[in-house]
Ligand binder design. Structure first.
Ligand code: PLP
Length: 446
């Protein structure tokens, strides 16, 4: 049923349906009944530059009048060429080869298939294992799902996928370790080395991680020294390093790529969500030339999607990057992100159930717990991850939540408004959150 009671012919993951969207502008969205929502999660951390940006709409309109599709076997298109060049200018040196797709799962899928074909091309066909972290989310297609460390999502499909090795995500805050101590970063990174050795280094193809964790870990920032040590370990064993920047790419953390904060260059990057910021379905896999060339020399990359390099999507992506740069949105993400993070941290004084606040720029999250000392999660029956989001939604505030499984159960909430958010929007978010937490606490009887 739709919200107006009519039969619906659509289906998504569950039967739950939402009000009909009417329009969206900047950080706000309105349903057809005129109710206004502050988009405090940029959709699913997608709409980084806000809704209905005039520069992007104009660029898309101009492209639409010229052409909306040009199949890659028949034509090159200028928007794809220009966006590839622009993207390469934002990546670390050598990561110059851009392969367009339509979403995050496709970007990750493309990354592991390129890595595998590279291994075959250079005579290392015994390498096929891609190590990832637990918990993690890398997408829902079977290849990307095999890397996803999130049992409730993967279990029904285990029989259809080859198991891929996992190492723990560096959740220092749960393990009582100091994230600012390099020893902590090294301790978690060394788990990768131990796993490579255990698996047999000659069988390990790649390691994939999110520079700042997405929904699976709730804006988890790696401990000091972690990212650099991971790079060293990959180099030592000839293992390719893939950064899943599907959520972090596009400026949300204050740098165009999340890994830029640590100056670490991977071999392959997967990007989507903020790349065209919701104006068109777009993603990309960006790889170092030394990975791509042997594959092309050996006969070609056996992979590709019909919509690759769609000119309309690429025109949108190009205009999005122009807006991010000319309007100083990454700088704003750092400035307003600092204000929002300190206001979220202040919630810890008022609400004992707020156990942790973390993140970078405007990629922020807070976690609810039963006991802040032990970080024991709230009882599962409370369904906090779902209920608080519902209450906030009723209050006109959209946030994004997960109850992470896989070794730990806890409720965390992403607070990630568009990068155009102001301090006034921060106040509005905090007002909605405070009212929502008050209602949640009253319902929970605490
Ligand atoms: N990788 C990460 C880090 C993500 O957050 C997501 C989506 O949330 C994906 C991959 C999959 O992207 P998509 O849903 O566009 O296929």
């Amino acid at each position: 049923m739709t919200s107006s009671g009519k039969k619906s012919y659509l289906f998504y993951q569950t039967r739950r349906r939402r009000p009909m969207l009417d329009q969206a502008r900047d950080v706000y969205m309105w349903d057809v009944d005129g109710k206004r929502y502050l988009d405090g999660s940029s959709g699913a951390m997608v709409c980084n530059i806000g809704h209905s940006n005039p520069h992007v709409l104009e660029a898309m309109r101009r492209q639409m009048e010229k052409s909306t599709f040009g199949y890659r076997l028949h034509f090159e298109t200028e928007p794809a060429e220009r966006l590839a060049e622009k993207t390469a200018s934002l990546t670390p040196a050598g990561l110059d080869k851009v392969f367009f797709v339509s979403g995050g799962s496709e970007a990750v899928e493309s990354a592991i298939k390129l890595a595998r074909q590279h291994a075959v091309a250079v005579g290392e066909a015994q390498r096929w294992k891609v190590i990832s972290r637990q918990p993690s989310y890398h997408g829902c297609t079977l290849g990307a799902l095999a890397l996803t460390g999130y049992a409730p999502l993967t279990a029904p499909f285990d029989a259809m996928m080859r198991p891929m090795p996992k190492i723990p995500a560096p959740r220092a805050y749960l393990d009582g370790l100091d994230p600012d101590d390099e020893a902590t970063g090294h301790r978690y990174a060394d788990m990768l080395e131990a796993r490579i050795v255990e698996e047999g280094p000659e069988t390990v193809l790649a390691f994939i991680n999110e520079p700042v964790g997405g929904a699976s870990t709730g804006a988890l920032v790696p401990p000091v020294g972690y990212m650099q040590r991971i790079r060293e370990i990959c180099d030592r064993y000839g293992v390719l390093l893939i950064h899943d920047e599907v959520m972090t790419g596009g400026g949300r953390t204050g740098r165009f790529f999340g890994a830029d904060h640590w100056g670490v260059a991977p071999d392959i990057i997967a990007i989507s969500k903020g790349f065209a910021a919701g104006y068109a379905p777009l993603g990309a896999m960006v790889a170092h030339e030394r990975i791509v060339d042997p594959v092309l020399d050996a006969g070609g990359f056996l992979h590709g999607f019909t919509y690759a390099g769609n000119p309309l999507a690429c025109a949108a992506g190009l205009a999005v990057i122009e807006e991010i740069e000319t309007k100083g949105m990454m700088e704003n993400a750092i400035r307003v992100g600092d204000v929002l993070k300190s206001r979220l941290s202040a919630l810890m004084q008022r609400y004992p159930i707020v156990g942790d606040v973390r993140g970078k720029g405007l990629m922020l999250a807070f976690e609810l717990v039963a006991n802040r000392e032990t970080m024991q999660p709230l009882p599962k029956e409370l369904g906090a991850f779902d209920r608080l989001v519902e209450i906030a939604y009723d209050n006109g505030l959209i946030i994004y939540s997960r109850r992470t499984r896989g070794g730990y159960e806890g409720d965390h909430f992403m607070v990630c408004p568009p990068m155009i958010a102001t301090e006034d929007h921060v106040e509005e978010i905090m007002d909605g959150l405070t009212r929502s937490l008050d209602t949640f606490m009253a319902e929970a009887g605490s």
